[in-house]
Design a protein around this ligand. Structure first.
Ligand code: NAD
Length: 348
């Protein structure tokens, strides 16, 4: 029997609940499809930071290196730890250290879910650059607290980084409805974003079967609201992808449905799977978090680990549950009820 070694980082708030829920479903999938999941749980979180002064130990990255995949809930507790500390202390270092440059976020209206726009047929795949761009961390502050204080934060776009994320997007488009939309702001950002547009055009020549649109981020935000069904694969920089995928999540019914995979495509390092949502302090500890985003992320993880059939079955089970009205609106069902319904559908 194949055994997959998973590092679990539940994190903070509802991250803990949704990882628990998702693991229940994934273990059922393992029983049905004949693979095992060997897990080790790491308590790295804001609570860990308050005790140790760091979000993870100094050898945290080395520890994670030995796993087949990382499954993360959510990290952040702004009341006690600034978000910039929690994000830059755990998530971003993992994405960068393991070169998880492709952040894949599927947004689709599941059966039974309407979403605020009732955008029937909405089914897009957002590919977000995950290691550089606006989140490169290059910058600094001088004269802090003084009248002449300066804060500089530089976006970094490399040919290697831009080419590989666009190539990844073209390959995904080829496997879907063969349309790619590249999102920039090249009218205003005349160096980095014009460069991104140029690279898109260069690569497009190698994918004659894929049609390409270029859109500015502001127009894209409007299009996602006005005609979301017309979109297929979207490729965007770190910041733009981050923002557009919260919009995608809203259109698909809320953050509780939005899954995400941080992929290290050459497989030299573990990839990381996590729902798009955060730790949701406003609903933490109340058993009302929607676990579907985490379970769907878990399905992406199974697929990445070579368990494609099990991944498809988990997704089908999610959709069987939502088609029956389970979990389709916030507060309608508890985390446990949604998990039980999905597990039952998987085992049926
Ligand atoms: P959030 O995603 O935690 O919550 C936004 C809203 O969506 C809240 O009203 C919340 O109740 C709701 N929501 C989120 N997930 C839900 C779910 N599964 N089911 C039902 N409702 C859900 O975003 P936020 O409030 O901006 O951030 C809270 C904390 O999470 C911050 O510290 C932030 O930095 C962190 N954060 C972490 C990640 C991550 O770990 N990947 C992502 C985003 C935010």
């Amino acid at each position: 029997m194949t055994l997959h070694k998973l590092a679990l980082i539940p994190g903070d708030g509802i991250g803990v609940d949704v990882i628990d829920a998702a693991m229940t479903v994934l273990r059922s999938a393992g029983e049905r499809f004949g693979f095992g999941l060997e897990t080790e749980t790491f308590p790295w979180s804001c609570a860990y930071y308050l005790e140790h002064g760091t979000m993870m130990p100094a050898d945290g990255i080395d520890t994670l290196r030995g796993f087949d995949a990382i499954f993360l809930g959510a990290v952040g507790w702004p009341e006690t730890v600034p978000d910039s500390v929690s994000l830059h202390g755990l998530l971003l270092p993992i994405r960068k250290a393991f070169d998880q440059y492709a952040n894949i976020r599927p947004h689709r209206l599941l059966s039974g879910v309407e979403g605020p726009l009732k955008a029937e047929g909405f089914d897009i795949l957002c590919i977000r650059e995950n290691t550089e761009g606006e989140y490169s961390g290059a910058g600094g502050r001088v004269h802090q607290g003084k009248g002449n204080e300066v804060a500089v934060e530089t976006s970094v776009f490399t040919r290697l980084g831009v080419e590989r994320i666009l190539r990844f997007g073209f390959e995904q488009a080829r496997a879907r409805r063969k349309h790619l939309t590249s999102v920039t702001k090249s009218n205003a950002q005349k160096y980095s974003m014009v460069f991104w547009d140029e690279v898109t055009r260069e690569l497009a020549a190698g994918y004659p079967d894929v049609t390409v649109s270029h859109m500015h981020i502001d127009a894209m935000a409007a299009k996602m609201v006005m005609a979301p069904q017309d979109l297929d694969v979207i490729v965007a920089s770190n910041l733009f992808g981050d923002i557009l995928t919260d919009l995608g999540a809203a259109i698909q019914g809320g953050l509780g449905f939005a899954a995400s995979a941080n992929i290290s495509p050459d497989r030299a390092n573990p990839s990381m799977f996590e729902p798009v949502h955060g730790s949701a302090p406003d609903i933490a500890g109340r058993n009302i978090a929607n676990p579907i985003a985490a379970i769907w992320s878990g399905a992406q993880m199974l697929d990445h680990l070579g368990e494609g059939e099990a991944a498809a079955a988990v997704l089908a089970a999610i959709e069987t549950a939502t088609a029956q009205g389970i979990g389709i609106r916030p507060g309608l069902h508890s985390t446990d009820e949604i998990t039980t319904a999905i597990r039952a559908a998987l085992e049926a």
